[in-house]
Design a protein around this ligand. Sequence first.
Ligand code: SHN
Ligand code: NAI
Length: 204
Amino acid sequence: MIPLMLDLSAKRILIFGAGAVGVRKARHFTGCRMTVVSRSISPDVFSLPQTSIKQMDVADIEDDNLRTLIEKHDIIIAALSDTGQNERIIRLAKTAEKWYNCATSDDANFLIPSTVQGKEYTIAVSTSGRAPAVPRCIREDLEERYQGLDNMILLLASLRERLKETVPDQEKRAEILRNILHDETIRQRCRENKNADDLVAGYL
Ligand SMILES: C[C@@]1(CC(=O)O)c2cc3[nH]c(cc4nc(cc5[nH]c(cc(n2)[C@H]1CCC(=O)O)[C@@](C)(CC(=O)O)[C@@H]5CCC(=O)O)C(CC(=O)O)=C4CCC(=O)O)c(CCC(=O)O)c3CC(=O)O
Ligand SMILES: NC(=O)C1=CN([C@@H]2O[C@H](COP(=O)(O)OP(=O)(O)OC[C@H]3O[C@@H](n4cnc5c(N)ncnc54)[C@H](O)[C@@H]3O)[C@@H](O)[C@H]2O)C=CC1
């Protein structure tokens, strides 16, 4: 599996199943147009943006109609608690040469990682399906450890522009930025949403 950051905003996502797992997968695609197909629909599904909802039993959908529905979408996610129907969805998605992902097996041509999403950064963690509890655990550790990272990124971004004008040596600029990044007091100020300009000045 090869990690990528993709702009999927023009793509259409089809999600089967609206339990905790289906809704979590759907949230991952916030910003895309989605269709959710499920026998039961929880209130969480109604709060998903740009989502059309089809309440039906997949077992009642004829192959031809299921194929047509799949063909209208780019990315197919099978997140039913019904393993047999998930397998049927994946089979049709493969024939239609779509991107597909299954919540009840690792038969997928893409996986959804655990993500830590800041305003200024994304961290994604995967075990390529071997032990999904691990990415969750790492995500929780990272969320704790990197509180305030958005503030640090904004600080370094503006600083590196200033440094380009005032410090001609690239190696020296990189060293200053690295030192600021590792400064525990500055990190603490970032975590507390406090201004760190006075501390940063000491490095310039
Ligand atoms: C292959 C993959 C396909 C896919 O779903 O995309 C898949 C498959 C399966 N997961 C299962 C179980 C669990 N999944 C989680 C958690 C997450 N699973 C996610 C992704 C993936 N799960 C894909 C590979 C990810 C990778 O490793 O890179 C995460 C990262 C992302 C997300 O889903 O958003 C999300 C963490 C989100 C977060 O919190 O950060 C937990 C932990 C928990 O919930 O506490 C458990 C219980 C513990 C356990 O079983 O290990 C089962 C067995 C189901 C059963 O037994 O019935 C299968 C099916 C199978 O293994 O055959
Ligand atoms: N990949 C992953 O990250 C994980 C996968 N799982 C597995 O994923 C599956 C789904 O988990 P949950 O969302 O927690 O289950 P859930 O029982 O809360 O939700 C299942 C959803 O599928 C729908 N459904 C089931 N059969 C259907 C059918 N024939 N037609 C239409 N809709 C149907 C239900 O109405 C419901 O919306 C389970 O089999 C579970 O073991 C569980 C944990 C994590």
